[in-house]
Ligand binder design. Structure first.
Ligand code: SAM
Length: 201
């Protein structure tokens, strides 16, 4: 299984944003949606071996939300960022009115979250990595069958998140020498894991 934890720092967690201003008033929801779409979409198919949790951390609990996307059950996810943003917005808007965990559409679960506790839990998984510029090259990592990776949205982790990441001892891993967009980082990880899988086959 490939697992991603993506922190979205400025997207309104109640979904109160317009799809017509994803890169502005929606707090760079365009890039969050692009990262989600990149994590799951193939040419005419979806990756069933991938899960992604998006933590909407612009507000503290009880307003913060997480949206979990499970590739094995996912439907209605298309490659374009606007429809992906609409799926996520739909989950957030529904959750603002009904704050128990529920499935907003097949393969998409939404719930209130404590972002720091969620990050700590994710970092306890074996083999977890922190995707960051200047880390050890991903290609040099042992050929593990599974990977769990933390990545931040266009905005860097908060000081509290950084403290948790640093204390966790998670391996810092880089996908290349340049500072990339979140969606490009996700793309590079999926490509490297695809190559590894093909070599093992
Ligand atoms: C746009 S970057 C964050 C902002 C970036 N630190 C900056 O100063 O512009 C989005 C995410 O991608 C990660 N990232 C960017 N380039 C990377 C690379 N070459 N390898 C691994 N992660 C990378 C960052 O650590 C961050 O979590």
């Amino acid at each position: 299984m490939r697992r991603f934890l993506l922190f979205a720092h400025r997207v309104p967690p109640d979904g109160a944003f317009t799809l017509n201003d994803l890169a502005g008033g929606a707090g760079r929801m365009d890039e969050v949606a692009r990262a989600v779409s990149t994590a799951f979409t193939l040419s005419n198919d979806l990756r069933r071996d991938t899960e992604m949790t998006v933590v909407f951390a612009a507000e503290p609990p009880p307003r913060a939300r997480k949206v979990e996307l499970l590739g094995a059950r996912l439907r209605h996810l298309h490659p374009d960022e606007r429809s992906t943003a609409a799926l996520l917005k739909n989950a957030l808007v529904g959750s603002a009115r009904y704050p128990q965990e529920f499935e907003s559409s097949p393969g998409i679960r939404v719930a209130p979250v404590d972002p720091i506790a969620c990050l700590e839990g994710f970092l306890r998984q074996p083999g977890v990595v922190w995707l960051v510029e200047g880390g050890r090259p991903l290609a040099e990592l042992p050929d593990d069958a599974e990977l769990s990776a933390f990545v931040s949205d266009p905005f860097d982790p908060s000081p509290a998140e950084l403290a948790v990441l640093e204390a966790s001892g998670a391996r810092r891993v880089s996908v290349g020498p340049r500072s990339l967009r979140t969606s490009q980082v996700v793309d590079a990880v999926q490509r490297e894991l695809d190559l590894r899988e093909a070599r093992r086959a």
